[in-house]
Design a protein around this ligand. Structure first.
Ligand SMILES: C[S@@+](CC[C@H](N)C(=O)[O-])C[C@H]1O[C@@H](n2cnc3c(N)ncnc32)[C@H](O)[C@@H]1O
Length: 293
């Protein structure tokens, strides 16, 4: 990443004394000015503006300072200890919701719900859905519940370790599962994850490799007709594809596809049952991504 020129810092200083603090994270004067405007709207005193800007210089996430992040048409409250919703997740969630007909009375469960962003957006855009959402973090469930209340969106939230097989066994069946699990392998986290994420976002929400995809095939597939799981790497998609393809029963029942995001990075592995379902999933998922099995 190119270093910021001293002349850019001087220019920023001449505009506003707080602006240079924002340059390391924002990289350009235009972006820093926009961020300063948001910070000023949130703060009551000049001193607080400076404190916020200094936190930004130390890579503190803007969303934790401003206490929210837009997610589709929703404004999702954010709090330290719970993952900040990402545009990549928003993108596939919007796409999925738009594919479900507006009056479909399907049962959706959102696993690893965090702030509740996926569950709340799905229910907001498709109010006839029945939505359950689970997370093992009390902080996440508490924030998701605050978000549901603030936005007046009815979803059923529960504290649950979704890797625990007995958790799934105790639940009724669903039509579709959505999940954005922790999926960053430790080595990638150390080498490639940004300082801001490393320092301030919860590792419980980030670190993982194949365990949630293994758990999908072993446990949650039997409870649903369709699934959409976010991934960080192609190997996580092929893991699910291979596990289904190599099983004589699952391979006949399921189709599996991969979806890229608009930044051309692999983002989702999805699947649906080919027959005996309440809706025609092949129509819903047509051109959602690329079918591989
Ligand atoms: C990548 S975050 C996704 C949060 C939210 N769905 C989003 O897209 O912003 C993963 C979430 O999984 C939760 N989590 C981690 N391990 C879990 C487990 N074993 N059972 C349930 N939730 C878990 C974390 O607390 C975190 O909220």
């Amino acid at each position: 990443m190119p270093r910021i020129r001293p002349s850019t810092f001087r220019k920023a200083l001449a505009i506003d004394k707080a602006l240079p603090f924002l340059l390391p994270e924002c990289r350009s004067i235009a972006a820093a000015k926009q961020e300063l405007q948001w910070i000023k709207q949130e703060c009551h005193t000049k001193r607080q503006v400076f404190e916020f800007c200094k936190l930004r210089r130390n890579h503190y996430p803007l969303q934790y300072l401003l206490k929210s992040q837009p997610f589709g048409p929703l404004d999702i409250s954010c709090k330290r200890g719970v993952l900040i919703p990402r545009w990549e997740t928003e993108e596939w969630t919007m796409d999925l919701a738009q594919r479900l007909v507006s009056n479909s009375e399907l049962r959706l469960v959102d696993l690893c719900t965090g702030s509740g962003c996926i569950a709340l957006l799905m229910k907001h855009l498709r109010p006839k859905l029945t939505v359950n959402a689970f997370d093992c973090s009390p902080l996440a469930i508490s924030l998701a519940s605050q978000n549901a209340q603030k936005l007046n969106i009815h979803v059923q939230l529960g504290l649950q370790n979704i890797l625990d097989d007995s958790a799934a066994a105790a639940l009724p069946d669903f039509d579709i599962i959505t999940c954005n699990p922790p999926y960053i392998p430790h080595s990638t986290f150390v080498k490639e994850t940004s300082t801001s994420v490393k320092l301030y976002e919860p590792k419980l929400a980030l670190l993982g490799s194949f365990e949630f995809y293994e758990n999908l095939v072993k446990t949650w597939l039997s409870k649903t007709d369709a699934f959409v799981y976010e991934v960080g790497e192609l190997s996580q998609c092929t893991y699910v594809q291979n596990k289904i393809a190599q099983d004589s029963i699952l391979s006949k029942l399921w189709r599996v596809g991969f979806k890229f995001d608009s930044n051309h990075r692999i983002r989702v592995v999805y699947g649906y049952k080919q027959a005996n379902t309440t809706v025609d999933w092949s129509k819903i998922f047509q051109d959602f991504g690329e079918l591989k099995h």
